[in-house]
Write a protein of this length. Sequence first.
Lengths: 221, 221
Amino acid sequence: MSAAHDDLTGRARLRDAAIESFAAHGFDESLRTIAARAGVSAGLVRHHFGTKEALRAACDATVLGRYRTLKTDSMDAAPQQLFAQLPSSREGGLLIVYILRSVREGGAAGREFMEHMIAEALDFSRDAVARGLVVPSRNEEARVRFLVQQSIGALVVSFAMGPELPLDDFGAVMDRFYAQSMLPTLELYTEGLFTRSDYLDEYLAYLAGTTNPPAGPREKT
Amino acid sequence: MSAAHDDLTGRARLRDAAIESFAAHGFDESLRTIAARAGVSAGLVRHHFGTKEALRAACDATVLGRYRTLKTDSMDAAPQQLFAQLPSSREGGLLIVYILRSVREGGAAGREFMEHMIAEALDFSRDAVARGLVVPSRNEEARVRFLVQQSIGALVVSFAMGPELPLDDFGAVMDRFYAQSMLPTLELYTEGLFTRSDYLDEYLAYLAGTTNPPAGPREKT
DNA sequence: GTCTATATAATGATAGAC
DNA sequence: GTCTATCATTATATAGAC
């Protein structure tokens, strides 16, 4: 499923070239550049897709489809990555970079990718709770949404800070990221952060309506 | 420090209009649009700043300066927001939206904002540990970098998913965000996530070099 | 199906009048 | 200091030849 398919039809080659271009340089990559990468002319984009937006939509659908397939094939990640379970093969790296860029850009596509990852993580998390590996939450879905948002957000920010994402050695980039965050992740997941449970208790009481709101998160200036 | 300054010089009005435009619609906002918001002509940008890049740099510097001032004035956030201590006044909201967009875009400016927030959080965290509110970490700086990256990343992603950031009622947006994440945050910070400490112990042993790497984060496909 | 050539629109940069 | 007018570049969209 790589890019070195000279036997593909023009449409497929354009779409794959667009996926790589979008992942590597963002969604503003020009049609000329994409066509050049595919080894065809820019006019062919119109013939096959009509507009750039339609090309983009085709890329989104293809990436999501391939990501689904990939995840189904290799589901046995380490528990440390519960909420950012990302494949790391060359093919998987390309997909993840594309997805992270979609999330970073926002819009409908990014939202769809996020919802997909949240749904996956929710399954995984419920299973982990059932097996006694993870403490239960008072609101399982809210916790998963929160954790996925944090995990994916950290990746988005981390990659946004870097110079550029090398599609060819994405595994090394992921390794570097995990090397930096593994200890803090395990500490936090294992030992928490607060020494006492006051804040949580206060908030639970507030939610139960038996007291006034705890010290608000905001101070008007 | 708001935008309703008809008495400002052209340069300052352009810069403030640019900050609002960049925050509201991104850094691709055209010079013509910015000039229109400032109530001046587009040609004036060149006279005062030379290039768009220079205008952007002036905005970055101004935002960081104002953010510093704002934070110095109002440092007493709730502990739940240890690692995303953001002001929420109208002025503060504008600055934060600008900063989040800078981080999201990446590059030197985003990196500088991140480093600033990390340095702030490191001070805060060390103080919290010293006061016995927060458990100590085996690597305080790594933990703070991790937590800030996660907290800011979650905000970036959350805002990227939404339709658009209303600069005028940023406080409401922040309230909505915290309403969704407060319970999961407090649960995680208070109770952790794992039921046992196996993963952490394994990793610590690995770091100490007394054993082989724990089940790796990646499986080659 | 694929290409070349062009239309059209938008942007940043620039020059010069007031 | 400020404005108007224009240039040069680049992007997508489009039309038509092979």
